[in-house]
Ligand binder design. Structure first.
Ligand code: DQA
Length: 144
């Protein structure tokens, strides 16, 4: 499967930011971990990270034109208020799984709501970087 993994704002700071919440593994280490597992399973995976909403939307639209078959997205804080990312996910009609490293439901109230998840086939949260692998499982199961 041709998969795109999109990470939103501040996720490039993994390994530095709030280690008690997000863990000590760096963004690069997590990328390698996910890429290795995806390729082991025979998938082609593209990794993208941006701190900018518009760039994330551009990448989602690119996924449509380049015929990606699955998207894994951690929109970071955009999760909680970006109707534009919600619309972009809906607009491209590619099965998309939302991932959060932390359990957003046990944290501050503003994190409890995801405006992007309703545009996705499902959401994974609270399993750290393993959530990205669980998202690959979900895409594989969805495709069958
Ligand atoms: C996050 C949760 C968001 O609330 C937060 O803004 C992030 C990371 C997560 O992966 O747990 O940047 O998406």
């Amino acid at each position: 499967m041709k998969i795109m993994l999109i990470n939103g704002p501040n996720l490039n700071m993994l390994g530095i930011r709030e280690k008690g919440i997000y863990g000590a593994r760096s963004y690069e280490e997590i990328c390698n971990f996910v890429k290795e597992e995806a390729e082991k399973r025979g998938h082609e995976i593209t990794l993208f990270q941006s701190n900018c909403e518009g760039e994330i939307i551009d990448e989602l639209q690119k996924a449509y034109y380049e015929k990606y078959e699955g998207i894994i997205i951690n929109p970071g804080a955009y999760t909680h208020y970006s109707y534009a990312i919600h619309d972009a996910i809906r607009g491209i009609d590619i099965p998309t799984v939302e991932v959060h490293l932390s359990n957003i439901h046990t944290r501050e109230e503003f994190r409890h709501k995801s405006v992007t998840a309703p545009a996705c086939i499902g959401q994974m949260c609270g399993f750290g970087e393993n959530g990205y692998i669980l998202a690959i499982n979900a895409l594989e199961m969805y495709k069958k």
